[in-house]
Design a protein around this ligand. Structure first.
Ligand SMILES: *[C@@H]1O[C@H](CO)[C@@H](O)[C@H](O)[C@H]1NC(C)=O
Ligand SMILES: *[C@@H]1O[C@H](CO)[C@@H](O)[C@H](O)[C@H]1NC(C)=O
Ligand SMILES: *[C@@H]1O[C@H](CO)[C@@H](O)[C@H](O)[C@H]1NC(C)=O
Ligand SMILES: *[C@@H]1O[C@H](CO)[C@@H](O)[C@H](O)[C@H]1NC(C)=O
Ligand SMILES: *[C@@H]1O[C@H](CO)[C@@H](O)[C@H](O)[C@H]1NC(C)=O
Ligand SMILES: *[C@@H]1O[C@H](CO)[C@@H](O)[C@H](O)[C@H]1NC(C)=O
Ligand SMILES: *[C@@H]1O[C@H](CO)[C@@H](O)[C@H](O)[C@H]1NC(C)=O
Ligand SMILES: *[C@@H]1O[C@H](CO)[C@@H](O)[C@H](O)[C@H]1NC(C)=O
Ligand SMILES: *[C@@H]1O[C@H](CO)[C@@H](O)[C@H](O)[C@H]1NC(C)=O
Ligand SMILES: *[C@@H]1O[C@H](CO)[C@@H](O)[C@H](O)[C@H]1NC(C)=O
Ligand SMILES: *[C@@H]1O[C@H](CO)[C@@H](O)[C@H](O)[C@H]1NC(C)=O
Ligand SMILES: *[C@@H]1O[C@H](CO)[C@@H](O)[C@H](O)[C@H]1NC(C)=O
Length: 816
């Protein structure tokens, strides 16, 4: 692995123009002296490295199929004035959440960047898809691709060039993180596949994807600095939280999904708000120049999160290519005019601080994906209706006279609702199903309970933690506007009418948890009580608890006293503790996450058995909140500027890896989910004889997007037979976990997901499934070699239906 040229660095040639805060700010960790100019010392890299500087910023070569687009981008860039270049790299207030100015002289109408991962945030007449955590729970590559593709067609029709998503971090190191639902799974392998499929889908539809947030962005609390209130909001009281982690954890957990994103040719990556090992992620040259642009071979551009830029020259030298929102700069909660870049960037080039070659590379990186995706020809104009919905830069803040062409209020939904309904059902995890509670068999007397079952009473724009209404999406930049929202109450009621059933509902949690329950279902005992509970989580703050909102546990307690067949359905951001799960009258539990606009129809399809559930948990449901590790850093006891430190001391023990390493019992494990049928898995067999010539370290082929291509070579293949042993047809999701040999370094998790498939099986049918393991899947990151190493000794390959339900094992050494 090529490391930065430290000789050059030490000579001062590269250092001179860089702001002293460029790469490192001191961090308060006893015994680890801070030094900015530090040669690579792998002992220091692990644990908790102060990364060495990674300078200079490497130029894109358009590798991996972008070569022609690169030539066009270079040509285009050559036609710009210096000032135009500065403004292509610097956002401006405008109709979209992020805007690059048009250059009419070159027929360039600018770039429109839009939120977010579940919808077009500023879009009327647009769809609300299933959330990312839902999509991950489907374990369905095809669903992930189609969701990304359909979402992107809507963005494109509204004129967005760039979708701000998908999200490879937060990964959910702590279940309290406010944005886990915007990301996928608490597992790098599954998240990596979700990233790859989503990006391929989005970009096949012609829209640039943006993989965010790079990196180790695992809490909302103190994600931005706090500023002195009466100064001009430039003096920190305390800087943003620093995620401090070792090099191996960075590679094997947090960077892993971004490698998949790079491999999928993602157009852009977003650097995150937090600091990483002491340095802001957006001015951390080791992260951006070395890891992202060199090791992972990322050829596109790095964009700041909104207001995550904290310097001019330093962030540019460190590898950031575009600052957002630019012309307006976010300081904590305050927006001020001006930017570290923009005019300042022009000045920095003119006075020799930033080499023009660096600025040229920034523009070429930005424009190559634009030409690659053909965004220069016949691209839809920005729909003027997005402007007034822009809360970040409303029309009265626009400095540039934006002109709109084309129709406004375009309806971009197509027939997506059908697909969203199917995706919602495919994403619903059945956690418990006893006494044949589900599927429902023409119940005649149904009671629907809970404030999550009915319509939203407060309008379409998702007020924070609203009391009444099904929670199908949540807040922050991932918030959506519903043009239509199917509620469980509607969907189940209309379904029940076909059976001639009576449906009673009781949606006021305050009253339910009072004393007035029994009168509701007199005179006869209901056949089934469907209790809808919800849990809100949103960007900007972290969750305070993992119980359901609005007194959810008490609602269940009130119902089970009287109702012997209680089915609980949750609409939630992610993990919840479910203290009622063992109650004998709770016969079934379903986790439906945030399923988007078809929430009601999707759950009705599952409850009535039109769809046989197949989704699996993409995280762990523990018995107690205190069972989870890696608590967030919620406060510091001291007032020092750099005192917010979050130590990722758990290292690789993230999510199920922690529970497994310590044999902690869990209520529902990672990968778990029931079906209305049953499956078994037999005959796990290695079909490739162990490659006799496999080497421990990979051959170094020229780096491509995704890194050394050798890492992606299949080195080991297993097959297994999966059989539907039950009485109805359905999808099985067989999973493969790898246990590394003892020769792997301490701290290697007992089981790590490295393969899965989703297969349709008619009752009684058997199919063979194949698990192809790539070199990366059977390697660990060797911090001394700075490379991926296959350990010697016997691996255990474990196949089954969850991280704790292995049905067959194979033990084999991969190296001779
Ligand atoms: C690397 O760092 C360790 C720990 O600080 C130190 O003991 C060692 O001497 C360093 N090695 C080199 C080559 O500088
Ligand atoms: C470069 O741009 C000019 C002006 O648009 C155009 O005439 C020329 O063909 C372009 N060259 C290449 C190699 O794309
Ligand atoms: C804030 O900005 C104003 C005008 O730009 C300037 O006069 C003033 O000195 C600044 N105050 C501080 C505390 O920096
Ligand atoms: C240049 O940067 C400074 C902060 O360093 C900022 O106050 C000023 O507004 C910027 N100028 C422009 C034109 O954006
Ligand atoms: C060059 O301009 C930049 C941006 O205004 C400024 O930060 C920097 O201090 C200037 N450097 C010199 C040597 O004038
Ligand atoms: C819910 O019930 C409580 C207690 O009776 C009452 O105060 C509240 O107004 C009710 N909410 C609605 C929307 O009816
Ligand atoms: C379960 O529900 C039945 C009514 O069907 C009720 O009689 C019984 O007390 C409930 N059990 C518990 C433990 O609450
Ligand atoms: C922190 O600040 C508070 C008030 O601003 C002050 O009372 C306290 O003494 C400070 N603590 C330390 C350790 O400096
Ligand atoms: C088990 O799988 C292997 C590899 O596909 C196959 O050759 C073998 O026939 C299978 N054995 C049984 C009993 O199905
Ligand atoms: C290893 O063997 C396979 C097939 O036998 C071959 O394709 C591959 O090139 C060999 N790799 C090396 C590094 O020799
Ligand atoms: C798998 O299912 C088949 C058919 O029901 C049965 O014959 C076989 O014994 C089962 N195998 C295991 C390991 O449960
Ligand atoms: C597979 O290996 C695991 C240990 O890693 C063990 O707990 C499990 O019982 C084994 N399962 C089978 C079917 O051999």
């Amino acid at each position: 692995m090529k490391v930065p040229d430290y000789a050059l660095l030490l000579s001062g040639l590269l250092l001179a123009p860089v702001d002293a805060s460029t790469c490192q700010t001191p961090i308060d960790h006893p015994g680890e002296p801070f030094s900015y100019v530090q040669p690579l010392n792998t002992t220091i890299l692990s644990p908790y490295g102060h990364y060495p500087a990674g300078l200079p910023s490497p130029k894109t070569k358009g590798k991996g199929g972008w070569e022609n687009a690169l030539a066009r981008a270079k040509n285009w860039t050559a036609q710009l004035t210096l000032e135009e270049k500065s403004w292509v790299a610097t956002g401006q207030p405008g109709p979209c959440v992020g805007n690059v100015l048009p250059i009419p002289r070159l027929n360039f109408s600018g770039l429109c960047l839009q939120n977010g991962p579940q919808c077009l945030e500023q879009g009327d007449y647009s769809s609300v898809f299933v959330s990312s955590v839902s999509a991950a729970a489907s374990w369905d590559r095809d669903l992930l691709y189609k969701r990304g593709y359909a979402l992107a067609t809507e963005h494109k029709a509204k004129g967005s060039h760039v979708i701000l998503g998908p999200i490879g971090g937060p990964l959910g190191r702590s279940p309290y993180d406010g944005r886990t639902w915007e990301g996928f799974a608490t597992d790098p392998y599954l998240t990596g596949i979700c990233m790859e499929e989503t990006i391929l889908g989005m970009q096949d539809a012609g829209v640039q994807a943006n993989a965010k947030h790079f990196i180790a962005y695992e809490q909302e609390t103190q994600r931005n600095p706090t500023y002195a209130p009466d100064a001009n909001a430039t003096t920190y009281i305390q800087d943003s939280v620093s995620s401090n982690l070792d090099d191996r954890t960075l590679h094997e957990i947090y960077m892993w999904p971004f490698a998949n994103a790079a491999r999928a040719r993602v157009a852009s990556m977003m650097c995150s708000y937090n600091r990483v090992n002491g340095s802001h992620a957006c001015q951390n040259s080791y992260l951006l120049n070395h890891l992202l642009k060199t090791e992972l071979g990322f050829q596109g551009y790095v964009m700041s999160d909104w207001g995550a830029t904290h310097s001019g020259v330093a962030s540019i030298e460190s590898g950031m290519d575009m600052t957002m929102p630019g012309g307006f700069t976010l300081y904590g909660e305050l927006w001020t005019e001006g930017s570290f870049w923009g005019k300042n960037l022009t000045e920095a080039v003119n006075n020799g601080t930033v080499p023009i070659a660096r600025l040229d590379d920034m523009i070429v990186r930005i424009m190559t994906p634009y030409f690659w995706l053909g965004q220069d020809t016949h691209y839809p104009s920005v729909d003027s209706s997005v402007g007034p919905l822009n809360v970040d830069s409303p029309p009265d803040t626009w400095l540039y006279p934006w002109k709109f062409t084309g129709s406004s209020n375009r309806d971009v939904r197509g027939n997506h609702s059908q697909m969203i309904r199917a995706h919602g059902a495919a994403s619903t995890v059945l956690l418990k199903n006893e006494r044949n509670a589900l599927p429902l068999r023409k119940p005649r007397n149904i009671v629907i309970v809970g404030n999550d079952a009915g319509p939203v009473l407060q309008g379409a724009s998702n007020p924070d933690e609203f009391e009444y209404g099904v929670l199908a999406n949540s807040g922050g930049s991932g918030a959506c506007r519903f043009s239509f929202l199917s509620t469980p109450l509607d969907a189940i009621t209309s379904r029940a009418r076909k059976d001639g059933a009576i449906v009673q509902h009781w949606l006021n949690n305050t009253q339910i948890t009072g004393n007035s329950m029994p009168s509701l279902w007199n005179p006869e005992q209901p056949d089934v009580c469907l209790v809808f509970l919800k849990a809100w989580a949103s960007e900007g703050s972290d969750r305070q608890y993992l119980e359901l909102d609005w007194n959810g546990n008490a609602v269940v307690e009130a119902v089970v006293k009287y109702c012997g067949n209680t089915v609980v359905i949750t609409h939630s951001a992610g993990a919840n503790v479910l203290p009622f799960a063992d109650h004998p009258n709770v016969t079934a539990i379903l986790a439906a996450h945030y399923p988007g606009e078809e929430a009601g129809n999707a759950i009705a399809d599952v409850l009535y058995g039109d769809v046989n559930p197949s989704a699996k948990l993409p995280y762990v449901i523990a018995y107690n909140e205190s069972d989870y590790n890696a608590p967030l850093t919620t406060a510091v006891q001291t007032n020092g500027t750099y005192d917010w430190q979050s130590w990722f001391d758990e290292e690789l023990e993230v999510g199920y890896r922690y529970f497994d390493a310590h044999d902690i019992p869990v209520r529902y494990e990672f990968g778990f989910g029931l079906s209305y049928t049953t499956f078994n898995l037999t005959n796990l067999t290695a079909t490739t004889p162990v490659a006799t010539n496999l080497t421990a370290l990979p051959e170094h082929r020229p780096v491509q997007p995704g890194g050394n291509p050798t890492l992606w070579d299949t080195v080991y293949t297993l097959t297994a037979e999966v059989r539907n042993t039950g009485t109805v047809d359905g999808y099985a999701i067989p999973q493969l976990y790898v246990g590394y040999p003892d020769s792997a370094p301490a701290g290697t998790p007992p089981s790590q997901l490295r393969g899965f498939d989703k297969v349709w099986l008619a009752k009684g049918q058997t199919k063979q499934v194949t698990f192809e393991l790539m070199r990366r899947d059977v390697s660990y990151w060797d911090v001394v070699a700075q490379d991926w190493r296959i350990p010697t000794g016997g691996f255990t390959f474990k196949a089954g239906f969850s991280s704790r339900d292995f049905r067959a094992n194979v033990t084999a050494a991969l190296l001779r």
